[in-house]
Write a protein that binds this ligand. Structure first.
Ligand code: PLP
Length: 375
């Protein structure tokens, strides 16, 4: 079935009374069958599995075209689960020089304590990735488009380099989702998401997920991290996320359409110093983006505002529909001064603002941006 249909129906199970909307199952424990078999009726204990989590995981695996999905309570937990499942102490990973700062600090601080070393590299050039491969490299992490500079990595090229060296590749697909970009079909082994963003879509659920191309020893380790590590999302969060996924295609379609009009407005605006959007023909990686994204380039835009940090903050503060807040992918438009959100070692230029475009009426969004610049 088409992803638009899957995102509405996949994973929904018949509850024997014909509920069209699956109920939330809050039971932490499940009865044995009449012969006393544990799990005889399909479930044992909710940390191990739960009807709402199973429904969600079924839908997410089908959407991203993987054999199995393992849901977590946040995107960072999903990234940590990958590291724990793929790497051993003494191993090395390669990460992009531009990526979500929370995952960068997970690698630099937490994984370093577990004796996992790392190299940051500009992944817009796959040859640079090959150059930093070590004998003990076990994982290459991709994030494309990257957060917040919207750099594009050639997923197929990096995956084939990794394969030649026997290294696994995991791709953060949060910013596009499988509706725009399908990394598992381009050679990646694991896709992960902060489902807090586009999958959730309403800025009211924290979640994460890893989708594996193949069920294997790594997927078993991921499941162990979830079940035995106890890193599980609640039944309510799974239910809510499952509900949100039904409108993913509608939301994302509108968000991308709004983003295109906003890019058009911003790209020639005299107060904008620089714009970052992979759909623009003069974006340095536009050709790769065109090849590996489905003709849509997402709804995330970064700009540098003339006048430095002071002017960019002033602009963000004058907006009324765009909220100056962190996060992205929801129905409401957000704008964020990234540098002040990046903790102790910020990397973004001091005049960089990241925009997450929502589903509001486009003329209102444009008017808001105009007011912000003119005020
Ligand atoms: C690209 C990307 N990956 C992962 C994460 C982490 O997700 P979470 O906040 O759900 O832990 C974020 C959060 O902003 C993100 O933007």
């Amino acid at each position: 079935m088409h992803p638009d249909t899957l995102s509405v129906h996949a994973g929904n199970v018949d509850d024997l009374i014909g509920s069209v909307v699956p109920p939330i199952n809050l039971s932490t424990t499940f009865e044995r069958d009449e012969a006393g078999n544990i799990g005889g009726k399909g479930f044992i204990y909710t940390r191990m599995d739960n009807p709402n989590r199973r429904a969600l995981e079924t839908k997410l695996a089908l959407l991203e075209a993987g054999e199995e999905a393992i849901a977590f309570p946040s995107g960072n937990a999903a990234a940590l689960a990958i590291a724990e499942s793929v790497l051993e102490p003494g191993m090395h990973l390669i990460m992009p020089d531009d990526c979500y700062h929370g995952i960068a600090s997970l690698i630099k601080n937490m994984l370093a304590r577990w004796k996992v070393s790392h190299t940051e590299v500009d992944m817009t050039d796959p040859r640079q990735v090959e150059k930093v491969i070590q004998k003990n490299t076990g994982l290459i992490l991709l994030e494309t488009p990257s957060n917040p500079m919207l750099k594009i990595t050639d997923i197929e090229a990096v995956s084939s380099i990794a394969k030649a060296h026997g290294i696994l590749v995991a791709c953060d697909n949060t910013w596009t989702t499988a509706l725009i970009q399908r990394p598992l079909e381009l050679g990646v082994d694991l896709v992960f998401h902060s489902s807090t963003k586009f999958f959730g879509g309403h800025s009211d659920i924290l979640g994460g997920v890893v989708i594996v191309k193949k069920k294997n020893a790594v997927s078993q380790r991921l499941r162990e991290f979830q079940v035995t590590g106890g890193v599980v999302p609640s039944p309510f969060d799974c239910w809510l996320l499952n509900r949100s996924l039904a409108t993913l295609s509608l939301r994302l379609g509108r968000q991308v359409q709004n983003a295109l009009t906003i890019v058009d407005f911003l790209k020639t605006h005299p107060r904008v110093e620089k714009i970052y959007y992979p759909g623009l023909p003069d974006h340095p990686n536009h050709a790769v983006a065109k090849r590996q994204m489905n003709g849509n380039f997402g709804s995330m835009i970064s700009i540098q505002v003339k006048g430095g940090e002071k002017e960019s903050m002033r602009f963000a503060g004058r907006l009324r529909i765009f909220k100056h807040a962190t996060s992205l992918g929801g129905v409401e438009s957000l704008i964020e001064h990234r540098r002040t959100a990046e903790g102790q070692s910020p990397k973004s230029p001091d005049n960089l603002l990241r925009l997450s475009i929502g589903v509001e009426y486009i003329d209102d969004l444009i008017a808001d941006l105009k007011n912000g610049f003119n005020g």
